[in-house]
Design a protein around this ligand. Structure first.
Ligand code: ATP
Length: 328
């Protein structure tokens, strides 16, 4: 720990995710532990441009570890994508004596951080806060575990009504580019089929599978559909297609939507957030920059921001097999 960093800023940006408050708390308290000043920036990059800053101490972050969302609020800032906007942001940081930044957000937030750090030489460490789990360099992004539990719980509830009325439910979950939520929550909640962007099951095989389920004595079924699934039809078109081809099913659709982003973080996400906050601040003190903290093999590791956002997370093929076997 050999740098001249005295004042660290923290902000949340892009889509919110459960555990962001716990991460802010951890950054603020780690700063206090190392006798660093800590400044919170409200509303992400837009607040940085407008100088929406607030001094933090260890007590400023009491009673937030259990709260979803982000008390610093988040924003999408078009102005930060311009050189003039970033210069305004930098001038505000300098005026306030800020030497380093912890940025909590997703790939857009990290792209902005890389550009900003390159332009003005300010050290930045990222914390991956997004429910999609689509960032390379961490087995879990912040909020992913909470989202899985929220989705699993919602599917359990839908199953109650599905089995009471002999219904087939298509449940759409978040995941435009990746199917991690669909696959894991689908297995956890016992879904019959799981449609994800990484695989194309095919309409014929979907019908076959549903017919097989029916023949084997199942009277109700749940199919999980990730937003970006590859089958070529959205969830409502799927309902119409199956209605037409399998008239014995009473087919319904449930789109879970933004409730997947909310709620109190799980214990796993609170612990992860606490670890990530400590690692982020201590990495800045070690002279690191332009890197993201992540969980790999149960250890806190650093990955260059560039690799974190450019890489592509792989779907777990073992889980695909497990899902297939379980739906027999
Ligand atoms: P999520 O994955 O949940 O959507 P995110 O961090 O990817 O989160 P974005 O809206 O893509 O969310 O990015 C957050 C903010 O980062 C943007 O509003 C913008 O201010 C900044 N940003 C994104 N891309 C760039 C870029 N190319 N140059 C400068 N700033 C950027």
């Amino acid at each position: 720990m050999s740098t001249n960093i005295k004042k660290v800023a923290v902000f949340t940006s892009g889509g919110d995710s459960p555990g962001m408050n716990a991460a802010i708390r951890s950054v603020v308290r780690t700063c206090a532990y190392h006798s660093l000043e800590c400044i919170a920036i409200h509303r992400g990059y837009q607040g940085m441009i407008e100088g929406d800053f607030e001094a933090m101490n260890a007590r400023s972050v009491k009673d937030i570890i259990n709260r979803g969302g982000t008390f610093l609020r988040s924003a999408r800032s078009m102005e930060f994508k311009t050189k003039e906007g970033r210069l305004k942001a930098y001038n505000n940081l300098k005026e306030n004596g800020i030497d380093a930044i912890v940025a909590i957000g997703g790939d857009g937030t990290f792209t902005g951080a890389m550009i900003f750090s390159k332009e003005f030489g300010i050290p930045i460490i990222g914390i991956p806060g997004t429910i999609d789990n689509d960032i390379v360099g961490t087995s879990h992004t912040l909020g992913y575990d909470t989202a899985l539990n929220t989705v699993c719980d919602a599917i359990d509830k839908i199953r109650d009504t599905a089995s009471s009325h002999d219904r087939l439910f298509f449940v759409e979950v978040m995941g435009r580019d990746v199917g991690h939520i669909a696959l894991n929550a689908g297995i956890g909640a016992g879904a019959e089929e799981i449609l994800i962007p990484e695989e194309n099951l095919g309409l014929e095989r979907l019908l076959e599978s549903l017919e097989r389920s029916r023949r084997s004595g199942k009277t109700s079924s749940i199919v999980i559909v990730a937003e970006g699934d590859n089958i070529g039809k959205n969830v409502f078109e799927l309902k119409d297609y199956v209605n037409e081809h399998l008239p014995f099913y009473d087919v319904r659709v449930s789109v879970l939507g933004h409730m997947q982003r909310g709620g109190s973080p799980t214990c796993f996400d609170r612990v992860l957030a606490s670890r990530m906050g400590v690692k982020a601040v201590e990495s800045l003190l070690d002279g690191e920059s332009n890197k993201m903290v992540g969980l790999l093999n149960d250890k806190m590791e650093l990955t260059p921001l560039e690799e974190a956002i450019k890489g592509h997370t792989e779907i777990n093929h073992e889980l695909l097999k497990v899902s297939d076997i379980m739906s027999i």
